[in-house]
Design a protein around this ligand. Structure first.
Ligand SMILES: *Cc1c(COP(=O)(O)O)cnc(C)c1O
Length: 408
C-alpha cells in the first residue's frame, strides 16, 4: 500500500509545512499533479513573487539609479557571502553571484589554468570526465583549443560516477586543473569531494567543483576541504528562477594571484575612474565582469534564507528519504524498471534516475498527464526530488502513473 506509506511519510515530514510557501502549481485542468523537475527549474516561493514586485515598484521604480549606490552595487558579493555561509561552507569574501553558469565556469577555469601555468609552465592539462554536463565539457574543450592545453578524459560508469582512483590515475606534474561535478547531473552520484580535492592537491593541481546539482540540497564544505574554485546554478534547488545567475567561489588564498579573462569595467579597482587599462579590483570583486544582473538574482535570497531557517542538514535528510522511497517503490512495484542512480544514499544526491527502454515515450505521456519529470538520454527518467517543495505523495503518484503506462 504505497499510497498509505506516502501519506505516513508526509505526515511525519518535518519540512512538510514548507510546501505551502511555494506559489501553487495551478488548480483544475492543466494543474501540475506531480512536479519532479525542481532540479532543472525550481518552483518559486510566494515571497519571491512579492520581492520581485517590490523591486520593480520600490528600488527600481522610485529609487531609480540611486539604488545602485544604496544597495545594488554590493549585492553580488553580499548575497554571495550569504549563499556561501548557508550552503557552501564558505567564509566571507570568496563567493560572487553573476553571469550564467557557463560563463562563470569559463572565467574560473581560465583563471585556474592561467594561474597554474604561470607558476609552472609544464602544467598544461585539464582533467575532465565524459559524463559531465555538456556545458562543462564544451567549455573545457574551448579553453583547450584557445590556450593550447590538453584535456585528459576520465570515463566513469554512467550509473555511478567519477571515483577517487580514477582521478588518482590521471593527475600528475602536468595537471593544471581538475574539473568535476560534485553531484552528477544524470546519475546523481556524489563524488568524494574531500578525497578527490586532496588527491589533486598532492599532485600540485587545482580543483574546480561544479556544484549545480548540490547547492541547496547537499552540504558542501568548501573552506574545510580547501577547495580552490567552484561554480554552481541558482535556478535548480535554489529556486532563483529561469536564467537566474550563477555563483563563483575562489578561495581567498588564490584571489591576489588569479585574474579572469573577461576584464570588464565592473571588476576594475576603480570602475568610475573609467581610465585606460584594466586594473583588477582587490578580492572577489575582480571576478565580476559587467553590470550585475540584479533582477535575475532577486529570487535567490528567499530560498537561501529558508534553507538557513530549516537547516541544510534537514534538507539533505529529506532528499535521502525521498530517494529511498523512490528506490523501494520501484523495486517493489515496477518490474522491468532499473535504478540508474547509486543505491547507497551517501553517494546519491537530490534526484533518482530510473531506466526503462520505453522511457522517452513514457516521459512524454507523463507530461500529457501533468506529471513532470524529465527524460535523459538514452533511456532515463530523472525524478528530481526538491526537499522543500516535493511531497512523498507526488512521488508516489508519479511512480503509479509510470506503472500504469508501462502496463499498457
Ligand atoms: C544545469 C547545469 C549547468 C547549466 O549551465 P547554464 O549556463 O546555467 O545553462 C552547467 N553545469 C551543470 C553540471 C549543470 O547541472
Amino acid at each position: 500500500m504505497t499510497g498509505e506509506r506516502a501519506a505516513a511519510l508526509d505526515a511525519a515530514d518535518p519540512l512538510a509545512w514548507c510546501r505551502d510557501l511555494f506559489v501553487p502549481a495551478g488548480a483544475g485542468s492543466g494543474a501540475v499533479r506531480a512536479y519532479l523537475d525542481g532540479n532543472s527549474l525550481g518552483r518559486p516561493l510566494i515571497a519571491t513573487a512579492d520581492r520581485l514586485a517590490g523591486l520593480v515598484t520600490d528600488a527600481w521604480g522610485t529609487g531609480l539609479i540611486r539604488s545602485w549606490d544604496a544597495a545594488w552595487m554590493d549585492l553580488p558579493l553580499q548575497w554571495g557571502d550569504r549563499l556561501g555561509e548557508v550552503c557552501l561552507g564558505a567564509g566571507p569574501g570568496q563567493t560572487v553571484i553573476g553571469d550564467s553558469t557557463t560563463v562563470m565556469l569559463y572565467k574560473l577555469l581560465r583563471a585556474g589554468l592561467d594561474a597554474a601555468r604561470a607558476k609552472d609552465p609544464a602544467r598544461t592539462e585539464i582533467v575532465v570526465d565524459t559524463q559531465n554536463f555538456p556545458t562543462d565539457r564544451y567549455v573545457a574543450e574551448g579553453i583547450a583549443d584557445e590556450t593550447d592545453c590538453r584535456l585528459v578524459w576520465i570515463d566513469p560508469d554512467p550509473a555511478t560516477g567519477v571515483t577517487v582512483d580514477q582521478v588518482q590515475a590521471v593527475v600528475g606534474p602536468r595537471t593544471a586543473v581538475v574539473l568535476l561535478s560534485h553531484v552528477a547531473y544524470k546519475s546523481a552520484w556524489v563524488a568524494d569531494l574531500p578525497m578527490i580535492t586532496g588527491v589533486a592537491h598532492e599532485a600540485g593541481a587545482l580543483v574546480l567543483w561544479d556544484l549545480c546539482h548540490s547547492v541547496g540540497v547537499h552540504p558542501v564544505d568548501l573552506d574545510q576541504h580547501e577547495v580552490d574554485l567552484a561554480v554552481g546554478c541558482s535556478y535548480k534547488f535554489l529556486n532563483g528562477g529561469p536564467g537566474a545567475p550563477a555563483f563563483g567561489y575562489v578561495a581567498g588564498r588564490h584571489q591576489s594571484t588569479m585574474t579572469q579573462p573577461i576584464r570588464g569595467w565592473m571588476g576594475h579597482a576603480d570602475p568610475f575612474a573609467m581610465g585606460p587599462g584594466h586594473q583588477p579590483a582587490d578580492g572577489m570583486r575582480r571576478f565580476i565582469s559587467g553590470t550585475p544582473p540584479i533582477l535575475g538574482m532577486v529570487g535567490i535570497a528567499d530560498t537561501v534564507e529558508l534553507i538557513n531557517d530549516v537547516g541544510l542538514g534537514a534538507v539533505r535528510d529529506k532528499a535521502v528519504a525521498l530517494g529511498e522511497f523512490v528506490i523501494e517503490t520501484v523495486d517493489a512495484d515496477l518490474p522491468g524498471v532499473t535504478i540508474g542512480s547509486p543505491r547507497d544514499s551517501v553517494r546519491r544526491g537530490g534526484h533518482v534516475t530510473i531506466n526503462h527502454p520505453r522511457s522517452r515515450e513514457v516521459c512524454a505521456q507523463l507530461w500529457a498527464r501533468d506529471v513532470i519529470p524529465d527524460f535523459r538520454e538514452p533511456d532515463g527518467i530523472r525524478l528530481g526530488l526538491s526537499p522543500l517543495s516535493t511531497s512523498f505523495a507526488e512521488v508516489d503518484l508519479a511512480l503509479r502513473e509510470i506503472g500504469q503506462l508501462l502496463e499498457q
